[in-house]
Design a protein around this ligand. Structure first.
Ligand code: PLP
Length: 400
């Protein structure tokens, strides 16, 4: 008999965490490996946020809190949505969870019945698909392509919706493609969703602050107020404030949904770490001065990586609007022979051979539901990125 439950047996472990772990393991063995698999900023949590956490410890804020967030943090979340997104929420409409990932889990576990469909545009962040499965729902892939810049076309969305559709998950800017929807593009999707009142929208805005050039970030409940009553607007401090280890994510939406999510938490995790919550209050209410310069830095890295990858033989890399990922195609290398002599039959082979031959760790596209591609996280120093891209160029040049 298998140890794993039937629900868990349907789920894959996170491919991005696995690729990162493999790179760390090889490095620990003394191999010269560049890890471009992990999805976290390379800068440290700002000092004002650390100081707020230290103060919270000294002030004895070390006990259980309200299950879904302290009032101060819910107020800070409401202020953030009002200030940055023009969205008005009351604290009773806010959920704070131990990370963005648990926000999604809490929302889906709270609402899905067996067979309920959740539309997940591809390429998707690895966890959406498996969280839906674990929560007993049925994920439905909605394919995009490089031709539409990895964005969903309204007609394709219309076709994907059925009477069983319960949710659609939007993610802009996207992990893994970096694609971000303009206001007009979101409005076009909203017009489709307005016709289907059974469909709720979970919008994952984790990378809101990482948009480039003159791109302006928008979120769907702001663009179409008619969807406000069935949208969960999700965000977190992990990426914008370099707080991946602190574990705070948050969301706002209709009160009945927020109450149901609290019920899940009350019997599972209880509250997110009290100290992290006080740190997140400072992140949201304190200085935001580093956010724009930080986005400029990521933009320069994007330009460097896109340019160098497009010089690699057989790689095509679109220019994304945001986040810190690129999602190039390795289509032209499929069926050809790697320097090791092995045939590259899939993007998984491409990633494995690249790691083996040149010591560059990337994540293969199949993990994100759209092949043949691979994801590079460019949240690392320019010199490292240059070295990695040169190795990729050399690898591709040696493919026969
Ligand atoms: N959503 C997206 C699109 C992400 O890329 C990530 C992290 O990689 C998360 C959510 C999860 O964030 P957290 O670390 O706060 O759980």
């Amino acid at each position: 008999m298998s140890l794993e439950s039937a629900a868990l047996a349907r789920v894959k472990p996170s491919a991005t965490l696995a690729a990162d772990a493999k790179a760390r393991e090889l490095k620990a063995q003394g191999k010269d490996v560049i890890g471009l698999a992990a999805g976290e900023p390379d800068f440290d949590t700002p000092d004002n946020i650390k100081d707020a956490a230290i103060k919270a410890i000294r002030d004895g804020k070390t006990k259980y809190t309200n299950v879904d967030g302290i009032p101060e943090l819910k107020e800070a979340v409401c202020a953030k949505f009002s200030r940055e997104n023009g969205l008005s929420y009351k604290p009773s409409q806010v959920n704070v969870s131990p990370g963005g990932k648990p926000v999604i889990w809490n929302a889906l576990l709270a609402t899905l019945n067996p067979g309920d469909e959740v539309i997940v545009p591809t390429p998707y962040w690895v966890s959406y698909w498996d969280i839906v499965l674990l929560a007993g729902g049925a994920p439905v892939a909605l394919a995009t392509s490089a031709e539409t810049n990895f964005k969903v076309r309204p007609a394709d969305l219309e076709r994907a919706i059925t009477p069983k559709t319960r949710w659609i998950i939007l993610n802009s800017p996207s992990n893994p493609s970096g694609a971000a929807y303009t206001r007009a593009e979101l409005k076009a999707l909203a017009d489709v969703l307005l016709k289907h009142p059974q469909v709720w929208i979970l919008t994952d805005d984790m990378y809101e602050h990482l948009v480039f050039g003159d791109f302006e970030f928008s979120t769907i409940a702001q663009v179409e107020p008619g969807l406000y009553d069935r949208t969960l607007t999700m965000n977190g401090v992990s990426k914008a404030y370099a707080m991946t280890g602190w574990r705070i994510g948050y969301a706002a939406g209709p009160e009945p949904l927020i109450n149901a999510m609290r019920k899940v938490m009350s019997q599972t995790t209880s509250n997110p770490a009290s100290i992290s919550q006080y740190a997140a209050v400072e992140a949201l209410n304190g200085t935001q001065a580093f956010i724009k310069p930080n986005a400029r830095l990521f933009e320069q890295r994007r330009d460097l990586v896109v340019a160098m990858l497009n010089q690699a033989r057989g790689i095509r890399c679109p220019t994304p609007e945001g986040a810190f990922y690129v999602y190039p195609s390795c289509q032209e290398l499929i069926g050809r022979t790697a320097p090791s002599g092995k045939v590259i039959a899939s993007d998984a082979d491409f990633a494995a051979e690249l790691l083996e031959t040149e010591g560059v760790a990337v994540v293969h596209g199949a993990a994100f539901g759209l092949s043949p591609h691979f994801r590079i996280s460019y949240a690392t120093a320019n010199s490292v990125l240059e070295d990695a891209c040169q190795r990729i160029q050399r690898f591709c040049a040696n493919v026969k």
